[in-house]
Design a protein around this ligand. Structure first.
Ligand code: SF4
Ligand code: SF4
Length: 436
């Protein structure tokens, strides 16, 4: 089997958030492979811990990908402040692979930012790194690629649980483990009433559902008291975001001035999207279309806006509406980095202060203990592309690592595997349940 086939078989998807099937990248031919170890979501430190404890595996995945894509060079993006992780990674570098040291800014892990920092190239508007000869993979994806080469499927997720828990930490859990079990493993919540930010406070989503489960793309859980500023802000009904925005936005344009995509030279102008809330319907003006290249980093809503409005959410809404209306925005003007870009970067410590998270900003050390789980719920859709289809039935006995859901060979999607050994207790249209 080729590396791409092994990755496909093992069900590896981008572990950094979106869940892009990794076999597609391994099949491409590029000039540069980039490892993304930037990790900039406040309080989430799992990539740091992974780099510290598993550098050999990560670098092996990096090497495999450099070889399979015939890349001439690999860049390893990592924050300069993470000296211990740099030292761990550095041992495995050579002339073909070099470090790209990044500042402690948000969002230095955005692939557009990382590609620019490492190669000086700008991804075309609406394009992907492949368009300019690059592929980017999160460090955990590289770790999983290294395992896939040894025919080991993705059955575990490395996560960070932080915030108001007794033992902030990073650890492996079987895919499909409930949030309840995971929070208990991190010592339990320090408060009786809390909300859970899944994947981070900036780009993740808020839930109160302890029965929800860890998937192949969950970076971590941030637990915050129910009366925390961020919970109150995120827990507003959606119609309020836009209703308040319509009347209270004074068009100061700070949201645009701080937007990292705008500063890179893309036509992302959230203040115009906010303007469209008051005056237009989707498609009748170009205002909404300036949301198309937004990466949903959340900086405009949670850092820039002096009125505590929701420009990021307005951009999210505009993107959905444009997609439904069949409108695709094509940037006409050349992408040119804004001369003030460097001066406008948002230091992570400053963002943490603004978000009132300073009391929770502690290390989340690796816990190598194995979590004991006797029940998992594994969703068919944990990735971009087609969902997997069940290949096991109720009451069937499965072994950890056994394939239980499959997509057609070569299809855009990812196979899924049993994350614990046991009996299939239920198969629904969306999930497979296994009990030990
Ligand atoms: S920063 Fe806030 S008030 Fe200013 S234009 Fe943007 S949404 Fe409106
Ligand atoms: S969320 Fe806001 S700041 Fe971030 S890319 Fe989108 S418009 Fe720009």
């Amino acid at each position: 089997m080729t590396l791409s086939e092994k990755i496909f078989h093992a069900g590896v998807v981008g572990a950094g958030g979106a869940g892009f099937p990794a076999h597609v990248k391994a099949k491409s031919k590029v000039e540069f492979v980039l490892a993304n170890g930037a990790e900039c979501e406040p309080l989430i430190h799992k990539d740091y811990e992974l780099m510290l404890h598993f550098p050999k595996e990560i670098l092996n995945g990096f090497d495999l990908l450099i070889e399979s894509t015939s890349a001439k060079k690999g860049y390893f993006g990592i924050k300069e402040k993470n000296a211990k992780a740099i030292a761990a990674i550095h041992k495995y570098l050579n002339g073909k692979k070099e470090l790209t040291k990044l500042g402690d800014f948000y969002p230095s892990g955005d692939e557009f930012e990382l590609v620019y920092a490492a190669t000086g190239r700008l991804i075309p508007p609406s394009g992907i790194p492949l368009d300019i000869g690059c592929v980017v993979n999160n460090v955990e994806t590289l770790y999983n690629i290294s395992r896939a080469e040894k025919d080991l499927a993705v059955t575990e997720k490395f996560i960070c649980v932080a915030g108001a828990v007794k033992k902030p930490s990073s650890f492996f859990v079987p895919v499909g483990t409930s949030f309840k079990d995971v929070i208990e493993f991190a010592g339990g919540s320090r408060v009786s009433e809390f909300g859970i930010f899944v994947g981070g406070v900036m780009m993740g989503h808020l839930t109160f559902d302890l029965h929800d489960v860890i998937t192949k793309t969950t970076a971590g859980l941030i637990i915050l008291p129910k009366d925390h500023y961020l919970i109150k802000r995120k827990n507003q009904p959606e119609q309020n975001w836009h209703r308040i925005g319509k009347s209270a936005c004074d068009q100061c344009s700070y949201c645009t001035e701080f937007c990292p995509r705008y500063l890179l030279g893309y036509q992302v102008e959230p203040h115009k999207v906010m303007r469209s809330l008051g005056f237009t319907k989707t498609g009748s003006s170009v205002w909404n279309q300036t949301a198309e290249l937004c990466c949903s980093c959340g900086l405009c809503t949670l850092y820039a806006c002096p009125e505590d409005l929701y420009p990021k959410e307005a951009c999210d809404k505009a993107k959905v509406e444009m997609r439904e209306a069949g409108i695709k925005f094509i940037q006409q003007k050349e992408v040119k980095v804004h001369p003030i870009k460097e001066g406008r970067r948002v230091p992570l410590p400053q963002l943490i202060m603004k978000l009132n998270l300073q009391d929770y900003n502690v290390e989340a050390p690796f816990n190598s203990e194995k979590i004991s789980i006797n029940k998992v719920r594994i969703p068919f859709q944990q990735h971009i592309g087609k969902p997997a289809k069940a290949i096991v039935k109720k009451n069937e006995v499965v072994e950890e690592g056994q394939m239980i859901g499959k997509v057609q060979d070569g299809e855009m999607g990812a196979n899924i595997h049993a994350s614990i050994s046991g009996k299939v207790s239920q198969v629904t249209s969306e999930n497979i349940f296994i009990e030990a």
